[in-house]
Write a protein that binds this ligand. Structure first.
Ligand code: 13P
Length: 248
């Protein structure tokens, strides 16, 4: 059976009490998910340690939204990949569009993070996507290719570790305007081809950007789309439940 990944990026939406109660609802509802569905939650750094136990007890993986690439040191406000590993994380989002565009994260920093994440035994989920302007100027493919190349060129990928990419067009993230599923499928195929050419490994590719209960099934039931990375709707129990239930 085709495996589907449902990854919930809670961004900075929930305080600690809200994170704890949503984690409890997730754990209760999704503790017996079928084997073909893999769920992961990316809570805030603050709430990571409060939610990890209930989620992991329910077989839901937990990941970090961002990391610093140095292991330890004088980097006020940062949390390293090593620290997340020691706290039980499995995945890390890297190069999310909000990191790239609001915090000016570069392709070079994304690469530093990917290497640091791999070196401590975690799995990076590399987010790529073009802006609306880049799409209008017919530069979407070029931008994605540069982002993919800088993340994976000449990288030594650990044996048995999956490669996760999230295609998240910047213009679709948090806007209510999702990418048409046929176009998302085209971009996924382009990304797949490029990752295979660089690494020899077929990646898991998720779609992200305004996934909601009323459109989720178009992505989740497309064989070229391995799953979804959801922001806003994943921080709402009822919306998330409906999204997960739309997997056929
Ligand atoms: P939204 O689902 O809120 O558009 O966010 C998508 C996203 O950025 C997931 O990482």
């Amino acid at each position: 059976m085709n495996k589907k990944y449902v990854f919930a990026n809670w961004k900075m939406y929930l305080d600690n009490d809200e994170s704890l109660s949503l984690a409890a609802e997730f754990a209760n509802e999704f503790k017996n998910l079928p084997e073909n569905i893999k769920m992961a939650v990316f809570p805030s750094a603050l709430s990571f340690l409060s939610v990890i136990k209930p989620l992991q007890d329910a077989q839901i993986s937990v990941g970090a939204q961002n990391v610093h690439w140095v292991e330890k040191g004088g980097y006020t406000g940062e949390v390293s990949a090593h620290m997340y590993k020691s706290a039980g994380a499995e995945y890390v989002l890297v190069g999310h569009s909000e990191r790239r565009h609001l915090f000016h994260e570069t392709n070079h920093q994304v690469r530093e993070k990917v290497e640091a994440i791999l070196s401590v035994g975690l799995t990076p989920v590399v987010c790529v996507g073009e802006t609306g302007k880049e799409r209008e100027e017919n530069k979407a493919e070029e931008v994605i290719e540069i982002q993919i190349k800088s993340a994976y060129h000449n990288i030594v990928w650990p044996e048995g570790r999956d490669i996760f990419v999230a295609y998240e067009p910047v213009w679709a993230v948090g806007t209510g305007t999702p990418c048409d599923p046929v176009e998302a499928e085209r971009m996924h195929n382009l990304i797949k081809k490029q990752v295979v050419a660089l690494t020899g490994i077929t990646p898991v590719i998720l779609y992200g950007g305004s996934v909601r209960p009323d459109n989720a099934q178009k992505y989740l039931n497309n064989p070229d789309i391995n799953g979804v990375l959801v922001g806003g709707a994943s921080a709402n129990f009822q919306h998330w439940k409906e999204i997960v239930e739309s997997i056929e």
